[in-house]
Write a protein that binds this ligand. Structure first.
Ligand SMILES: [Zn+2]
Ligand SMILES: [Zn+2]
Length: 104
């Protein structure tokens, strides 16, 4: 299940579970749209993959037979911070920013 992380790993901006500005890679690395567009150029600095908008988990459980929704699976409260230096990030971004995701 997708971990709904509470902040941007790069700038530490809050990204609550309902935020339309959260972006994730396939490993759930989570960043804000401004960092993805202006700093990362759609390159995850950890895995090198691309980003997509994070879906918004519904509050309610709509199916009685399935215990779903935020009431059963709340957002994470554990803040994550990038372990990479500015230089580390820049180096990988420069290598991959012009390579389409399916060719990385
Ligand atoms: Zn950010
Ligand atoms: Zn990643």
């Amino acid at each position: 299940m997708l971990e709904l992380r509470p902040n941007c790993e790069l700038c530490d901006r809050d990204l609550p579970h309902y935020s339309p500005d959260a972006r994730i890679c396939t490993y759930e690395c989570t960043y804000c749209v401004a960092c993805v567009e202006n700093v990362l150029h759609n390159v995850c600095p950890t895995c090198g993959g691309n980003f997509v908008p994070r879906p918004i988990r519904p509050h309610k459980a709509y199916r009685d037979s399935k215990k779903l929704g935020l009431g059963h699976h709340p957002a994470s409260t554990t803040r994550k911070h990038s372990q990479w230096s500015v230089e580390d990030v820049r180096t990988l971004v420069e290598v991959l920013r012009n390579v389409p995701p399916d060719k990385r």
